[in-house]
Design a binder for this molecule. Sequence first.
Ligand code: UD1
Ligand code: UDP
Length: 359
Amino acid sequence: MRISIVLGTRPEIIKFSPIIRECERLGLDYFILHTGQHYSYNMDKVFFDQLELPESKHNLDVGSGSHGEQTGKMLIGVEKVLKNEKPDVVLVEGDTNTVLAGALAAVKLGIKVGHVEAGLRSYDREVPEETNRVLADHCSDLLFAPTENAHKILVSEGIPEDRIFVTGNTVVDAVYQNLELSKKKVNALSHLNLKEKGFFLVTVHRQENVDNEKRFRDIIKGLHMLVKKCEVPIIYPIHPRAKKQMETFNLESEDVRLIEPLDYLRFLQLESQAMLVLTDSGGVQEETCILKVPCVTLRYNTERPETLEVGSNVLAGTNPSEIVQKTEQMLNIERNWINPFGDGKSGERIIQILRDRFE
Ligand code: UD1
Ligand code: UDP
């Protein structure tokens, strides 16, 4: 069996890391095809270095661009590589443009597609990731659904049951594999002059938030109000897209402390030690749920409804007063929910399913 792992962005590198480690452990025939969607050191290579992942065999260096341009370049590049490498199966993870291009290129070449984190839906087609999710799922032969809820969604869309496998989410594996390591190896809090459970952590990068001036301004205003009201520092490792948009809109960060994007071990440490996290990230909604840290999501919907159901997360949207009110509400909750995303063995499970099918 020959596996091609197609990835391109920060969350894909992190969530594929348990699968890559499993391929290495078993000595499988696999290679990494990097589209180059993310390319800055702190959005890309830092994760390969820190998680000790092998270098990508191919990097398409596609970089940034409009959706059509970026996806189109990837499609051309991925197709060329797959034609030469002839894998039995192509794995994609999540909902980025890399996922869409990887799945589409493979299915048109008659190569089997495995979608890791299949079946997530926000039902909001204004968000580009939703289109990527739907199309990738419907191109796939093997759909690795993280939860029963995702499984149900896929069945309701007419995907045959025998293609769907509930495996858990590999983000749990990544958290379990790296949390202890982060305790041993890094001291992010003292470096940033923060106290355990004495700060809020923020990440905001979604196109629908940061490319929309009113929404981004409102979010920053809400965060500023929060600092004043709670007298708790806010730390925001800022994604390059959000940084660029702050400059475009002449937005002041007010009392919010901006820092560069962090490596995974440092970020995990901040996440696990935060009093609360405010975010629009998909992965961060999951990780806070796993780490038993309350989360306030700065969006109006989520494709991770399990986090709302168990009570680890709440939707606040982008209205400043709502951000403050939902944060205060979440500060008082009991952290006794059960993680719905699996037992940390999803990577092993996915590889076993592939071996059963292709060996
Ligand atoms: C992409 C995904 C999003 C995911 C996010 C993870 C799509 C449609 N979006 O969003 O789902 O949540 O990755 O972080 O695939 N930039 C850099 N350096 C980089 C990468 C990007 O400076 O290494 C800047 C560029 O100015 C670029 C902008 O960020 O134009 C946006 O990058 P892009 O890859 O288009 O989308 P993301 O916002 O990163
Ligand atoms: N992350 C990180 N450093 C940071 C911010 C996030 O390592 O400064 C990690 C985080 O732990 C999670 C992933 O990046 O595993 C989430 O990626 P992102 O928010 O960029 O994308 P999304 O999950 O929304 O697609």
